[in-house]
Design a protein around this ligand. Structure first.
Ligand code: DQA
Length: 152
């Protein structure tokens, strides 16, 4: 039996996103991850959802959390950061679960270096949002909730 929570969204963030606010501000903006957590939580709350918002610099931990989200959440918003472009383990974790995943990036990865143009996450995701900075998190919450409500 599934112990999934129909009103819970996991928002999972990969390596170096803990440095938002000071990291390459011209690319990622000045908004901190704490600010992004707050804006995501507020957007979700308005739509009747709760967020479990996390960040890790470790690939295996991200894989564990994707699996956990597959069991416990209604859906996942995933900014896998650099693991997007390198991790077959993250791809396989997303492929293995049965809840929708929205791939998210602050920057427009297609307008950047060639090595960012390939994602191991896109083909197993419900959709991709990139290039809208911190606001992308609010857009992703809206998109995921719409998707979940269409399916219910
Ligand atoms: C990122 C884009 C990735 O290419 C990069 O490695 C990141 C952040 C983004 O949110 O724009 O760390 O996922």
């Amino acid at each position: 039996m599934s112990d999934s929570n129909n009103n819970l969204i996991y928002i999972l963030n990969g390596p170096n996103l803990n440095l938002l606010g000071t990291r390459e501000v011209s690319i990622y903006g000045a908004t901190t991850l704490e600010d992004i957590k707050n804006l995501s939580t507020q957007k979700a709350s308005k739509l009747g959802y709760q967020c479990d918002f996390r960040q890790t610099n470790t690939e295996g931990e991200l894989v564990d959390w994707i699996q956990e989200g597959g069991r416990q959440a209604a859906g996942i918003i995933l900014n896998a950061a650099a693991y997007t472009h390198t991790s077959i383990a993250v791809h396989d974790a997303v492929a293995a679960i049965n809840v929708p995943v929205i791939e998210l990036h602050l920057s427009n990865i297609f307008a950047r270096e060639d090595y960012r143009h390939h994602s191991y996450v896109s083909d197993v995701s419900a959709g991709v949002i990139c290039g809208f900075g911190a606001n992308g998190y609010a857009l992703a919450v809206t998109a995921l909730v719409d998707l979940l409500q269409q399916g219910s």
